[in-house]
Design a protein around this ligand. Sequence first.
Ligand SMILES: Cc1cc2nc3c(=O)[nH]c(=O)nc-3n(C[C@H](O)[C@H](O)[C@H](O)COP(=O)(O)OP(=O)(O)OC[C@H]3O[C@@H](n4cnc5c(N)ncnc54)[C@H](O)[C@@H]3O)c2cc1C
Length: 407
Amino acid sequence: MLSADGHQVEVFERAPTPGPVGAGFLLQPIGLAVLWEMGLLAGVLAHGAPITRLHGQTASGRPVMDMRYHELDARLFGLGLQRGALFELLDAAWSDGRCMHVDCEVVSVDSDAGTLVDASGQRHGPYDLIVVADGAASRLRGQVVPARLDRPYPWGAQWCLVEQGDWPWRDELRQRYVRAHRMVGMLPVGTRPGDATPRLSFFWSVPVTELGSSATDGERWRSDVAGLWPEAAERLDATAVPDGLASARYRDAVHRDWYRGRAVLLGDSAHAMSPQLGQGVNMALLDAQGLRDALRAESTVAAAMARYQKQRQRHVGIYHFWSRWLTPLFQSDRHRLAACRDLVFHPMSRLPGGRGQMLRVLTGTRQGWMGTWQLPSGFLEALNATRQSQQLADAAPCRQDAQISSA
Ligand SMILES: Cc1cc2nc3c(=O)[nH]c(=O)nc-3n(C[C@H](O)[C@H](O)[C@H](O)COP(=O)(O)OP(=O)(O)OC[C@H]3O[C@@H](n4cnc5c(N)ncnc54)[C@H](O)[C@@H]3O)c2cc1C
């Protein structure tokens, strides 16, 4: 986005070969709107799997969560996407003025001078602005501004991609829970460039003490998953356990200020949260757009940073709040809390007020406690057109069958 606006941009990435990490994720309408503005909506829709419903139940089949996008707006849906698909599309979109330093870990940032130093000791800059976007476990954010809160969660996840095959819930994120200490999830995430096999993203919640290859006994692990959800365990037959599973750890990080001098925080580095609400990618995309817009609107970097921080904190705060409150309900040893969740969560989500609030948070369009983030009308029309063409495509084989049978 910044390159497209004529800024000279250099990216420093510590990985020798940049690529996706982890399995898949759910992109919400608000994140899709950013990609639409970048001209990438058709690309992600060509690969991702439209998700119309989020459904969670206990092992005994009691519904805990049942949310459908169309109850907020018939045009809306989420998009299950492989990390590799988004990575390829964003990577390909940056062609003009591309300057990427790979295998280059930044170890220090001087916010006043606008310079940085990499792991080999080389100094880079000065730059007008340094965007610190080094993720949830950022080692650099504290050098820019001290955190108000920065702590790891005691629970994380193992996750991987599996073949979709004959999976019956192709447009739903499905989860199953045993109290709060077991959670398994399956999300259809479509295909990625160069690989036409549709896949599912599998998610298994574990305490961080059990993360890591040596701690996982493959046979026991499979039988635990099968005990909770046999159909999900079947999809994992071809997955090596534990070597084929990626581990994920989360943090909760809050900064009162997101910038100092010539350095600014963006994405998880500015506001790491647990993925319980599935908003991190969406928020990072919105941060990028907000930063670009602030630089367009203001004539000095200082004024642009103040505008960016104000606008983004107004939006992100409520997601941070809800993700912190919801995480122990789904990932903890607090059995009583989980029992309350099983009793109360679903009935509450059926109340007219409660349902609207939850759907707004889910779609990323809640602004503060009661405000609404307006999605651009052009974007909603583009989503609606996709939806209609998909409904036609889904209906086509039935019409053909009908013709054949009537013949
Ligand atoms: C299990 C799990 C499920 C999730 N599900 C969802 C979901 O469904 N929907 C959703 O929206 N979000 C989801 N998220 C959150 C989402 O993945 C993150 O919010 C998002 O990746 C943040 O993007 P980022 O660019 O800020 O950081 P990252 O994606 O972490 O990228 C940081 C980059 O900085 C590089 N880097 C780090 N340190 C340095 C350094 N010192 N020098 C140079 N380079 C460095 C890293 O190599 C990396 O490339 C999930 C997260 C997890 C763990």
